[in-house]
Design a protein around this ligand. Structure first.
Ligand SMILES: [Zn+2]
Ligand SMILES: [Zn+2]
Length: 365
């Protein structure tokens, strides 16, 4: 079996990332006993497990083997991938390609049933970190602010607080309505400004709610950490009507306090949906801190019309190809265990009976 190259031409060093994860594990394990609250200990324990799983998975990615069995008695060994997209360039590339294909199929399908002014747009919202804010806190803040901002600009606020932000966002439009109500209603000028404003807001709100295309837009949002200084930013691809950059900037500022935004028509929606994970120029310990900042957080989320699976997706077009049996050529093979590279190298070709894996730590091997 061919050993996978540990060092990437782009400077990625798998072994260094694995040992950085293991160092982090040791540090946290020691730290765990120094801390008090049981709930905190439990959370720390779970994270420790995740770190150790990641180290083992990353180390064996493409090298350890999954053992497949067929009803006919045939078996097959297939290289296992770790699936840690924030730690492993191979898995990141694979995941990005899959995600892009899945969402592109949704986008194309939905676009066909929407008016022509619903186009794929690419948006970037950049967050300025607060003094002393941890990477994880920045990621969480960026994610929630981006979600709110997109709801605001596409006119579907979901709470009282968001409606209030919406009013601030549309303050100028509301002011115009206040003037208009004054002119339209007899004796309008004589009424208090407060009453007129209340009326204008009610009118603005019902106009917004009555908008035919409201709730038909959809978007996919992902938070990323930039190449330089690991600045958090949210990247989104929306299938939505036109929104002025100024409105977007104002909404982002209202929600997050930052104001750097970018919106453009996504000419190549498929490419725009390939959310990149950065590996180049990042040290092993930086990759580990990115992994820790994102652990347990869904990196990518879909909303509105892009939330439901497309027909081809439901038909399994993006599922991994089934494993074909080398004996009977049927594709109903089932994974029943795994064989780590070390075991394979010592001649083991199948996990022992009654044990799903061969490992030094496994009592039955
Ligand atoms: Zn991997
Ligand atoms: Zn078979």
């Amino acid at each position: 079996m061919e050993e996978q190259d540990q060092k990437d031409p782009n400077g990625y060093d798998r072994a260094a990332v694995v040992s950085s994860l293991r160092r982090e594990w040791c540090r946290r394990r020691l730290d765990r006993f120094a801390r008090g609250a049981p709930a905190e200990l439990e959370a720390a324990g779970k994270l420790l497990e995740e770190i150790s799983d990641a180290a083992a998975g990353l180390e064996g990615c493409g090298r350890d083997l999954i053992y497949y069995e067929c009803v006919c008695g045939g078996s097959k060994l297939v290289p296992r991938s770790c699936g840690y997209a924030s730690l492993c360039p191979q898995c990141a590339r694979r995941e990005a390609a899959r995600v892009s294909a899945v969402y592109h199929s949704r986008l194309l399908e939905r676009q066909g049933s929407l008016p022509a002014w619903f186009k794929p747009r690419s948006l970037t919202l950049t967050l300025r970190p607060n003094e002393g804010e941890t990477l994880r806190a920045v990621v969480l803040r960026c994610r929630s602010a981006a979600k709110t901002t997109l709801r605001l600009v596409y006119g579907i606020p979901s709470s009282g607080a968001e409606w209030s932000l919406m009013r601030q966002l549309h303050a100028r439009q509301i002011e115009k309505l206040v003037e208009l109500t004054a002119e339209e209603t007899p004796g309008g000028r004589a009424r208090s400004l407060r009453a007129r404003r209340r009326e204008a807001i009610a009118k603005w709100r019902s106009m917004l709610v009555a908008e035919r295309t409201r709730r038909r837009a959809g978007w996919v949002v992902a938070v990323e950490l930039g190449e330089r200084g690991m600045k958090a930013h949210a990247h989104a691809v929306a299938l939505a009507p036109y929104v002025d950059q100024k409105i977007l900037a104002r909404a982002w500022e209202l929600v997050s306090g930052s104001y750097v935004v970018w919106i453009t028509n996504a000419r190549n929606a498929k490419e725009a949906l390939k959310y990149p994970v950065k590996f180049t120029g990042r040290s092993a310990s930086e990759l580990v801190s990115v992994f820790l900042a994102f652990h347990g957080i869904r990196r990518l989320e879909a909303f509105g019309c892009l939330r439901t699976p497309s027909a081809s997706e439901r038909a399994g077009a993006f599922d991994p190809p089934p494993v074909e049996c080398p004996e009977c050529h049927e594709s109903g093979m089932v994974a029943t265990g795994w064989v780590p590279l070390v075991a394979y190298e010592s001649g083991i070709r199948a996990p022992p009976m009654g044990c799903s894996f061969v490992h030094a730590a496994c009592p039955s091997s």
